[in-house]
Design a protein around this ligand. Sequence first.
Ligand code: ZN
Ligand code: FE
Length: 255
Amino acid sequence: MPLEIVTVPCLTDNYAFLAHDPETGATAVVDAPEAGPILSALEERGWRADLVILTHHHGDHVQGLADIMDAHHAKVAGPADDVHRLPALDMQLAEGDEIEIGAERGRVIEVPGHTTGHIAVHFPESGIAFTADSLMALGCGRVFEGTMDQMWASLSKLAALPPETMICSGHEYTLANGKFALSVEPGNADLISRMEETEKARADGRPTVPSRLGLELATNPFLRAASPDIRETIGMPDASDADVFAELRRRKDEF
Ligand code: ZN
Ligand code: FE
C-alpha cells in the first residue's frame, strides 16, 4: 500500500509533509517549518509522528521541531554533513542510506547546492521524493552554499528518478518560478498550460506542490538546459548543460 501524503502549508510559503503508512500506522514528518499546522494535521487524522526527517539546516525547515517533539516521541533524521548545525539527530543520513516509514524503505540522495548538506529522500514503492529546496515546482533552490556545478549534479540525480515520481518540494514559489520559466522558454506549450493551471490553483488557494517529475522535465527550465529554445533565448547555443544551468540560475536570482 502506498504512503499517504499530506501537504501541510506553514509560515507564508513553506510546505511540510506527512507521510503515513496505512499498514503499520507509522507516520513521518518531513521538515518542521512551524509546529502549529503540523500538529493540527497530525491530530485531525489521529496520527502519531514517529519520525521527523530534516532536509537541510535552514531555519524555515527546522524551527518547529522542538514543539513537535514536545507532543510526539519521534526519532529525528537529517543530513550527516550538517550534524554540527542541526538539532540533535538520532539518525545521520548520507548518500545511499536507507530510511523506513513503516513498511516502506526510502533511499537518501545527497543534493548539495542550496546548502552543502541538503538531502532528498526517494520512496520508490510509493513513487515519492522529498526534495525541499533542491528541485522545486518549476524551479530550484537558490545556490547559497554549494557551487553551480554541484547544484546541476544534484538536479541531474533527481531528474533521473522515474518520471511518475511525485516531487514534494519545500515552498509555494510556482507562480513566480513560472514567470521566469516563460521568460526563457516562451514557446513551451506544456509550460503555458501548466501556468494556466497554476494560476487557477493559486486563485482557489490550492497548493501546486507536490508535482510530477515528468511535468518538471517538460516545463522546469532548471531541468531543461538542453532545450534549444532556452539556449537561443540566453544566447548560449554551444555551452555545456552545466553552464546553461548556471546562467539560468544567475538570471533567476536577478529576475
Ligand atoms: Zn532552504
Ligand atoms: Fe526553504
